[in-house]
Ligand binder design. Structure first.
Ligand code: SF4
Length: 411
């Protein structure tokens, strides 16, 4: 009977040691694997010069090392680069590399589609197709790193990660936990805990399990301090309302000087009133929180309005006057459909998987037809962001989140 092979990228370090020990291999081999894969970014054991022929043959017999296939990428005018990746079963997801200051952050997906049904999110329209496996989460980092090294610069390095792509990461808790352990492993990538941010829509029971998750940054998509409004935007609120959500948040073990980030999509008249502010002040403790405001981007036919820049700044000032850290996030990569799930949908609309080269050409043409929405933030908002003096490792203010649904809101 043919043996089922496992991906080399599916094991955290201790799991890998235990797995090869079953076959009588010493832990030194796990060190070598981690060094070649996660430090040298050479994935094929045939190219590992300090590994003997017998060991290479052993690895080929028991393991695989395929990466997800990058089938399309697009570079935004602001430097954001979006990748469409395909897995062995032909399912596709998106990953986005976002440059900011001296960082290059990868926004990874955790699921194919999503079950959470947020009404402003394009991915929600796809429903949940399946969870990603550990190697598919880790594979996003490795495949994009390989692509950047081959196509941009050998020195390219993804310095930060955000779990804010397609999917609810806490709905795929175990795989995201192991992937995070791999990202943090000091014998491999050794990313700092503060360089990884997990964003959740508010899956309260899973938030309560975060004590069993590596202590990375946590971002909560809040969007309203009122249950009736939040339930309209995020159906998860019907299952776990604000009271339940904040009870769960209280259970998160926060290390010293660490804070929860609250993402807040600003929609004029819906969630940016003085009453909303008063409720938010009651819900959120300034000493343990950061607020990240995301002004809604209107699109033709949208029932919602974006607040004026003055209102956005006034909302920010109200928080800051109360002692909160509050930032305003720029939307990035709009010209390459960086909004969550949008690229995948466009690609599937074309539906030419049989001939990817043709599909790529058609997609590129289609993208170029889309009206390019230029960023409209005024100088004052940009200045407000630039003046933010927080520890840069602790910031997620300028990242593409699932909330950056600039042109694809489906309310
Ligand atoms: S915003 Fe995030 S959690 Fe909500 S439907 Fe979209 S991908 Fe899922």
């Amino acid at each position: 009977m043919e043996q089922i092979k496992q991906s080399l990228f599916s094991f955290n370090y201790s799991e890998l040691k235990a797995r090869i020990a079953v076959d009588g291999k010493r832990s030194f081999l796990a060190d070598q694997i981690y060094d070649w894969v996660y430090r040298k970014f050479i994935f094929d054991p045939e190219l590992w010069t300090n590994v003997g022929k017998d060991t290479r043959s052993y690895l080929a017999q028991h393991f695989t090392w395929e990466l997800p296939q990058i089938i399309w990428n697009g570079l935004s005018q602001d430097g954001t680069r979006k990748f469409l990746l395909k897995f062995a079963d032909s399912q596709t997801i998106e990953s986005v590399a976002i440059p900011a200051r001296n960082r290059l952050t990868l926004c990874v997906s955790s699921q194919v589609g999503c079950a959470m049904g947020c009404t402003f999110c394009h991915t929600a329209t796809q429903g949940l197709k399946r969870h990603l496996k550990v190697e598919e989460v880790v594979g996003q980092y490795l495949a994009v790193t390989k692509w950047l090294k081959e196509n941009v610069s050998e020195d390219s390095r993804l310095s930060n990660m955000v779990y804010m792509g397609q999917g609810e990461p806490l709905h795929n808790f175990n795989a995201m936990k192991t992937a995070t352990e791999i990202f943090l492993e000091e014998k491999g990538l050794h990313l700092g805990q503060r360089k990884i941010t997990l964003s959740t829509s508010g899956l309260a029971p899973q938030i309560e399990k975060l004590k069993d998750f590596p202590p990375v940054n946590i971002a909560i998509s809040l969007h309203s301090p009122r249950d009736e409004v939040r339930s309209k935007l995020m159906p998860i609120n019907k299952a776990y309302n604000l009271e339940r959500l904040f009870a769960a948040i209280d259970s998160i073990p926060l290390k010293a000087n660490r804070r929860i980030t609250y993402e807040y999509l600003l929609i004029d008249g819906l969630n940016n009133t003085q009453e909303d502010l008063e409720e938010l002040f009651k819900l959120i403790k300034p000493s343990e929180s950061k607020i990240n405001l995301i002004p809604f981007n209107e699109f033709p036919g949208s029932p919602f309005k974006r607040p004026s820049d003055q209102k956005v700044l006034a909302f920010q000032k109200a928080f800051m006057d109360r002692g909160y850290t509050c930032t305003i996030r720029m939307t990035k990569g709009e010209d390459i459909l960086a909004a969550c799930g949008q690229l995948k949908s466009e690609f599937e609309k074309i539906n030419l998987w049989a001939d990817e080269s043709v599909a790529s050409v058609q997609l590129t043409k289609q993208l170029s037809k889309l009206s390019h929405k230029h960023l409209e933030y005024n100088v004052a908002i940009q200045a407000a962001e630039d003046e933010d003096t927080q520890d840069e490792e602790d910031l997620v203010d300028d990242l593409v989140l699932e909330m950056d649904a600039a042109t694809d809101l489906n309310l």
